[in-house]
Design a protein around this ligand. Structure first.
Ligand code: NAD
Length: 487
């Protein structure tokens, strides 16, 4: 049998204890693995590596197809970057997969029968980390959603559902507010969903979706969502299972994937032989499936279920009347090893599919992109929109026409309400001088790009402070920008 060389990083806090337990189980189950250990986390941070990883560790992580990682303690204080975010972004780990299930009646829970997998987009959204302070009043963080990123995660989620015999997939978005970004996510879900007729599909708004997940998680099967929503909803689902010590996760990339427990380094338990190694073990099981070692994964997972059924529980899941014996990390690992080869009696026997999701190369659609206007963001402390508009109209004469002004997205000119609070940050939309303001639907005449620098020079010469520009485009004649509230 071919052996797979994998990278392991024990991490900080309880990391070394749970990694030792997991490694012992992998070895006892005769998984054909060769381990290359790297040191990441606190020691690397304190040795001056601001992302918590040394150049030598990077070389090994990039060489092997998978990394099994324990939790990391990010030291307090500025200047330290999250190792997880660095690994996810640098290695292109686009899908974060978090299965969260309950083990009733053997592990106490209020949600018997819950079995939810959250597939979270891992690279885009507000986590692109592009933030600016533009004026005294205003800070912004850009939400970046791309077609290739969206197609990749949604196809991955559908393939995951299909390959794992799942029945239902729910897409959680806020497309009633973010019509372009979240709208792209929902539209892509609906479009690609046609290729998966056997799956029940639905799109829900994230706020009510989160509420329903929290109250009745059994309604959900696979969830696919954007980065920030996925971050939150997967913590909700993990918490509902009874202990953060139970749930593992995969961060899947095209060449390299990382597997880790969802919990942190639990400094309160470190060195006490009390931590539950289940979450890291479930991550390792996902890793085995990813490597095509489904039979080994099943043997280990079934032994874990037997151990839970037998009531041998670590402190986080130990309950009088439900558990039979409180055990430490080492004894729990040994109990799983003793049960390798056994099948659970009540919990369903696990069978993993050997099919894995394959990403498809992105083919950029051929789309005609035409410039039809520009939003200029202006810093102006005077809060009278009429005054600012007349200044802008006078300064822009002969180049472009001011169509509207908004403040925090709300229309304040023309015909704004005096009640609207105005900051020092104004979005001023300029279009072709020949655009008819009243035409419905609006028809945007196409612009020559050279007009924008001319307009900016005019405004600059008039003492107007432009802090940012955003071009307005039509894509095959469709607006590639949102209307201002009240536009
Ligand atoms: P945590 O997940 O470490 O601990 C939260 C609570 O859950 C604690 O009471 C802890 O004892 C318990 N717990 C966690 N894992 C457990 C396990 N396996 N068995 C039993 N109980 C367990 O979260 P925190 O306290 O907010 O963070 C501690 C450190 O971990 C911080 O430095 C944080 O930055 C880091 N962290 C790392 C990761 C990661 O590396 N993926 C994720 C989250 C937090």
């Amino acid at each position: 049998m071919t052996h797979h060389t994998i990278t392991i990083a024990a991490g900080d806090g309880i990391g070394p204890e749970i990694m030792t337990a997991v490694r012992g189980i992998l070895e006892a189950a005769k998984c054909p693995l060769i381990y290359e250990e790297v040191e990441v986390g606190e020691k690397a941070y304190l040795a001056g590596h601001s992302s918590g990883i040394t150049p030598q560790a990077w070389d090994i992580v990039r060489k092997n197809p998978v990394l099994l990682k324990g939790p990391i303690t990010t030291p307090q204080g500025s200047g330290y970057k999250s190792l997880n975010v660095t690994l996810r972004k640098t290695l292109g780990l686009f899908a974060n997969v978090r299965p969260c299930r309950t083990y009733a009646p053997f592990v106490a829970t209020q949600h018997a029968g819950m079995d939810v997998v959250v597939v979270r987009e891992n690279e885009e959204d507000l986590y692109a980390g592009i933030e600016h302070r533009q004026t005294v009043d205003v800070f912004q963080c850009l939400k970046i959603i791309t077609i290739p990123g969206t197609e990749k995660i949604i196809r991955y989620a559908f393939d995951y559902a299909r390959n794992n015999g799942r029945k239902k997939i729910t897409c959680l978005v806020k497309d009633n507010i973010m019509k372009l970004t979240d709208g792209l996510f929902a539209d892509t879900f609906r479009r690609l969903g046609e290729e998966y007729p056997e799956l029940e599909k639905n799109v829900q708004i994230i706020d009510i979706g989160t509420a329903r997940v929290a109250v009745n998680p059994k309604q959900y099967d696979v969830i696919v969502t954007l980065n920030l929503y996925g971050d939150i909803i997967s913590d909700v689902t993990a918490e509902l299972t009874g202990s953060v010590g139970l749930a593992g996760s995969a961060n899947v990339g095209e060449r390299i994937s990382m597997f880790e427990a969802i919990h942190g380094s639990a400094p309160d338990l470190a060195g006490k032989d009390m931590a539950n190694p289940t979450a890291l073990l479930q991550s390792a099981v996902m890793m085995l499936v990813h490597l095509g070692l489904s039979a080994h994964a099943e043997t280990i997972q079934n032994a874990l279920l037997c151990t839970l059924e037998d009531g041998l529980h670590t402190g986080d899941i130990f309950r009088e009347g439900v558990s039979t014996q409180r055990v430490g990390t080492r004894a729990f690992g040994a109990a799983i090893i003793e049960r390798l080869g056994r099948a659970p009696q009540t919990l369903p026997i696990v069978k993993f599919s050997s099919a894995t999701a394959k990403t498809q190369p992105y083919v950029r659609p051929s789309v005609k992109r035409e410039l039809c206007g520009v939003d200029l963001f202006i810093c102006e402390e005077n809060s009278d929109p009429e005054l600012l508009a007349s200044k802008l109209n006078a300064a822009s004469a002969g180049t472009l026409k001011l169509k509207l002004m908004t403040n925090r997205g709300v229309k304040v000119w023309p015909d704004g309400f005096p009640e609207t609070f105005c900051t020092d940050h104004w979005r001023c939309r300029f279009v072709h001088t020949e655009m008819t303001p009243s035409a419905q639907p609006p028809v945007y005449p196409i612009l020559d790009g050279a007009v924008i620098p001319r307009l900016m020079k005019q405004l600059h010469d008039a003492g107007i402070d432009v802090v940012k520009t955003e071009n307005l485009y039509l894509f095959d004649g469709q607006r590639g920008f949102s209307l201002g509230q009240g536009e």
